[in-house]
Design a protein around this ligand. Structure first.
Ligand SMILES: NC(=O)c1ccc[n+]([C@@H]2O[C@H](COP(=O)([O-])OP(=O)(O)OC[C@H]3O[C@@H](n4cnc5c(N)ncnc54)[C@H](OP(=O)(O)O)[C@@H]3O)[C@@H](O)[C@H]2O)c1
Length: 487
C-alpha cells in the first residue's frame, strides 16, 4: 500500500493516488481535537496517525504524556492506524495496544544514522509486544544494509507477521519500492519535493508515474541500474513507461552501489531479469559475469547484463547505441573522427568507429591515457589542446564537460569547432549542451547524448524482454520529465 505523508493539510488533494494518508500530527500546525476528529472522519482513505518526537525524526516538542494522549484521541476518532515508536517504551506501547479499538497499531523503529548490527533483535523485541504491524526504517550506509532489512521482511513473512521495512537515505531509495515486492505492507511518499519527512523519500509522482508502484506485486520482476551516482539517470522513466505500455510485470530500479561484489551476491536472491551498469562499474563488473558478448569483450566494458537461468551475461549497448545515432546522419567509412576523452564511453565509440572503418584520433586531458587507448585500438592520439591543429569530419565528446550542473563548460573552445562538421556530445543532461549550441552556430549537424541513451535503452529492453521497446513513448516520457524539471 502507498501512504502519502501529509505534513501540511493543504497537500491532502495531492494524495489522490495513495491508499493511505499518514497524518504527521507533529508537523501539522493548529490541529486541535475538533479538527483532528473531522479530518479522520471525513478522510476517504484510511488514516495513519503519527506524532513523532524530536530524536525520532519528528517535530513534537510537548510532553510525552500529551503526545500519547493525542494518539489515543485519534484512535477514538477512528484512525485506521496509529504509529507508536519502539522508543516510547513498553508501558506506553502496551497501553495503546490495549486501548486500540478498531485501529491497527504500528510499532516503529527508526534509526537515522545506520542499520544497527542488532536489528534482528530489535525486530524480535517489537514482535514480543504483538502489534498489528512492525515497522523498521533504518538509514542505509551501503547497498548491503538494504538486504539486511529485506531479511527481516522474509522472516516476518515466514512468521506470518505484518511488517513495514525499508531503508532511508540515498543508498536506501530503491528499498522503498523493492520492499513492497518482497512483502512489506506499506511504502511512504511525500506530496512533493521539499516535503520529505525522511531521507530518500520519493514523491507521490515519482512512486506512481516513474516507478508504477500501484502496479507492482510479489510477482514483479526486477531490472535495475547499478552505479554510483545514479541519481541523475532517467533510465527508470523510459523503461518503466515501456513496461507499463507492454503490460510487462517488471520494474526498473536505481541501485546506488559502491561495493559491486557485495551487491552481485545479494541480488542473486532476487527475481532479477537484468541490469544496466554505469560509472564506476562497467569494467569491474566483467569479473562477476558467466559470459561476455564478443563486442563487450572487444570494448572491455559491460553496460548491460541479462540474467538467464541464474547466469549473468554481459553486453555493451553504448557502442551500438552511439553508432546508430551517428549513422542516422553520417557515413562513417573513411571519415576522420576526433574522440574527446579516453574513458569507458570513449572505448565504446572508438570500437564502433574502427569497426566502421573511420580514422580515429583520441584527444584527452591526460594524454598518457589517450596513448594507452590508442595503443589498444591502434589509432592516433594527443592532448585536448591538439584540437587546434587537428582536422576532422566528426567531433565526439565523451567527457563529462558541460554536464549538469556545470552547463557552462565545454571540452574544447568554440573556435575549435569546425564549420559544417558532425558534432556528437554524449552528455545527455542538458539535452543541448554548450558544445552543441556552439556547433549549431557553425552550421554543424549535431547529435545529442540523449539519442545514444535512447538507442542504447531500446537495445537493452529487447535483451531483457525479447520485445521491441515503444520508442516514441520512451522519448516522450523523458521529454515530459525534462520539461517539468525546467531543462
Ligand atoms: N549518452 C549516453 O548514452 C552515454 C553513455 C555512456 C556515457 N555517457 C557520458 O559520457 C561521459 C563519460 O563517461 P565515461 O564512462 O567514459 O567516464 P570515464 O570513464 O570516467 O571517463 C571520463 C573521461 O573524460 C575526461 N574528463 C573528465 N572530466 C573532464 C573535464 N572536465 N574536461 C575534460 N575532460 C574531462 C577524463 O579525462 P582524464 O583521463 O584526464 O581523467 C576521461 O578521459 C559521461 O558524461 C557520461 O554520462 C553517455
Amino acid at each position: 500500500m502507498l501512504a502519502a505523508v501529509i505534513t501540511e493539510l493543504k497537500d491532502i488533494p495531492k494524495a489522490k493516488d495513495a491508499d493511505l494518508i499518514e497524518l504527521r500530527l507533529d508537523y501539522i500546525k493548529g490541529l486541535n481535537n475538533t479538527k483532528l476528529k473531522s479530518l479522520i472522519e471525513n478522510c476517504k482513505k484510511p488514516v495513519i496517525v503519527t506524532n513523532r518526537k524530536k530524536g525520532e525524526g519528528g517535530l513534537f516538542n510537548g510532553s510525552e504524556a500529551k503526545r500519547i494522549e493525542i494518539l489515543k484521541n485519534a484512535i477514538k476518532f477512528g484512525a485506521g492506524y496509529a504509529d507508536i515508536e519502539y522508543s516510547s517504551g513498553k508501558e506506553s506501547i502496551r497501553n495503546l495496544i490495549q486501548n486500540k479499538r478498531k485501529t491497527k497499531i504500528i510499532v516503529s523503529y527508526h534509526n537515522f544514522k545506520e542499520t544497527p548490527a542488532n536489528i534482528k533483535k530489535i525486530y524480535g523485541n517489537i514482535k514480543k509486544l504483538n502489534p498489528d504491524l512492525i515497522k523498521i526504517a533504518t538509514n542505509a550506509r551501503s547497498v548491503t544494509d538494504n538486504f539486511r532489512v529485506f531479511g527481516l521482511i522474509g522472516k516476518a513473512n515466514k512468521e506470518k507477521r505484518k511488517i513495514i521495512a525499508f531503508c532511508m537515505g540515498g543508498y536506501g531509495k530503491f528499498s522503498r519500492i523493492l520492499s513492497i515486492i518482497l512483502g512489506s505492507q506499506v511504502t511512504y511518499a511525500s506530496t512533493g519535493k521539499g516535503k520529505e519527512s525522511a531521507g530518500g523519500q520519493l514523491t507521490m509522482n515519482e512512486m506512481v508515474e516513474h516507478y508504477r508502484i500501484k502496479k507492482i506485486n510479489k510477482n514483479t520482476k526486477i531490472v535495475g541500474l547499478i552505479g554510483n551516482p545514479v541519481e541523475h539517470s532517467w533510465s527508470h522513466i523510459m523503461h518503466n513507461a515501456a513496461f507499463d505500455r507492454l503490460d510487462i510485470n517488471a520494474v526498473y530500479l536505481k541501485f546506488q552501489a559502491d561495493k559491486l561484489k557485495e551487491f552481485i551476491e545479494h541480488m542473486k536472491n532476487l527475481d532479477i531479469i537484468g541490469f544496466s551498469v554505469t560509472i564506476p562499474h562497467k569494467v569491474e563488473v566483467m569479473r562477476y559475469l558467466d559470459e561476455i558478448d564478443k563486442q563487450a569483450k572487444g570494448i572491455s566494458a559491460v553496460n548491460t547484463i541479462v540474467v538467464k537461468n541464474g547466469r549473468l551475461i554481459g553486453y555493451n549497448t553504448d557502442c551500438p547505441g552511439a553508432i546508430k545515432s551517428l549513422k542516422r546522419i553520417t557515413e562513417l567509412k573513411g571519415k576522420n573522427a576526433v574522440v574527446l576523452g579516453a574513458g569507458g564511453a570513449a572505448r565504446a565509440i572508438i570500437y564502433g568507429l574502427m569497426e566502421n572503418k573511420s580514422n580515429v584520433k583520441i584527444l584527452n586531458r591526460t594524454a598518457e591515457k589517450a596513448k594507452l587507448l590508442a595503443d589498444y585500438f591502434k589509432c592516433d592520439y594527443g592532448s585536448l589542446d591538439d584540437i587546434k591543429k587537428t582536422d576532422y569530419d566528426i567531433l565526439i565528446n565523451t567527457t563529462p564537460a558541460g554536464m549538469h550542473p556545470h552547463i557552462g563548460g565545454s571540452p574544447v573552445p568554440p573556435d575549435c569547432i569546425k564549420n559544417g562538421a558532425v558534432v556528437f556530445d554524449m552528455v545527455f543532461n542538458p539535452y543541448k549542451t554548450k558544445l552543441l549550441v556552439e556547433a549549431e552556430k557553425r552550421n554543424c549537424r549535431i547529435i545529442a547524448g540523449f539519442e545514444m541513451l535512447i538507442h542504447g535503452a531500446l537495445l537493452q529492453f529487447k535483451l531483457w524482454t525479447g520485445k521491441e521497446a515503444p520508442e516514441r513513448l520512451m522519448r516522450l516520457k523523458v521529454m515530459e520529465f525534462l520539461k517539468n524539471a525546467g531543462h
